[in-house]
Ligand binder design. Structure first.
Ligand code: SAM
Length: 264
């Protein structure tokens, strides 16, 4: 799938893909394109650019041996964010025991955590996305035992968790830039990320790993770290902020900005 902001970029990307395809000897069976608008309400489903239009718009893909369902007719996003590939690998390698996956979407982080043996709590406003998450569990031979799927507003739910019972050694905070939560409440990542991280720190066990991620262009990883340091200090915790190389296909400035906060 080629995501583009205008027709000139789309043309350039298609030409680049054709060239690379000829050189590598690998040709995609189908190419979808997706326009990236500035405003959420202008978002539309991906469009088939080339390939067999009679094939189903749902399919299953494999990443590092893990299966995920994609649906190109489900709306703007097809089900798996490729720029989180390295973070999914890290979650699996960390072998967490108790994972809180907020803004879980199709639960890809929960799937890799569950495959590593963790219990998971996946929270998302969208029941449909959580149902797709359940399907991703099933696709990987995982049952729902030890896994909770909660259709709720993360901002309502997080402060109600009892840190003595519901505490976690890995927490994913990957909110959208804007959203409307329960009761029409407006979420805006620039103003509200700090409060979210502070609430997460209340349920973070010692040695908890917290992933912060955002597509908001005003937050690069340096700004994320500055914000995280303020929250960690205000909660009288200490943490390390390791830096990891960005994937070659998502260099700095492309894809989500992410930061791992490793609570001590
Ligand atoms: C950027 S996606 C998360 C992607 C996910 N972390 C992944 O890697 O697949 C944002 C998700 O947040 C959900 N969402 C938006 N506002 C929310 C809220 N206040 N509480 C819970 N979920 C929310 C949306 O339904 C959407 O599924």
């Amino acid at each position: 799938m080629i995501s583009h902001k205008n027709d000139v970029a789309l043309k350039e990307l298609i030409v680049g893909l054709e060239k690379w395809s000829a050189e590598s000897g690998w040709a995609p069976a189908r190419i979808f394109t997706r326009f990236l608008p500035f405003k959420n309400h202008e978002r539309i489903s991906p469009v088939l650019h080339s390939g067999d239009a009679t094939l189903p718009l749902t399919t299953v893909v494999t990443e590092a041996g893990v299966r995920y369902g994609l649906d190109f007719a489900a709306g703007y996003s097809h089900g798996l964010f490729l720029d989180q590939r390295a973070n999914r690998a890290k979650v699996r390698a960390m072998r967490p025991k108790r994972v809180l996956n907020t803004f879980a979407y199709t639960c890809s982080f929960s799937v890799v955590a569950a495959l590593a043996g963790a219990e998971t709590m996946s929270v998302d406003l969208s029941r449909k996305s959580l149902d797709r998450g359940r399907q991703n569990f099933a696709l990987n031979g995982l049952t729902e035992k030890g896994h909770r799927f909660m259709a709720d507003d993360t901002l309502d739910l997080l402060p109600t968790l009892d840190g003595r019972k519901d505490c976690f050694d890995l927490i994913i905070l990957d909110p959208p830039t804007f959203s409307r939560g329960n009761n029409g409440r407006r979420w805006q990542v620039e103003q509200d990320f700090e409060g979210l991280l502070c609430a997460a720190l209340e349920v973070a066990l010692p040695k908890c790993a917290i992933l912060l991620s955002t597509n908001c262009t005003k937050f690069d990883s340096v700004a994320l770290e500055r914000m995280a340091r303020v929250c960690v200090k205000s909660k009288r915790r200490t943490a390390d902020y390791p830096r990891f190389a960005t994937p070659v296909d998502f260099p700095d400035g492309y894809g989500a900005s992410t930061l791992w906060v490793m609570v001590r």
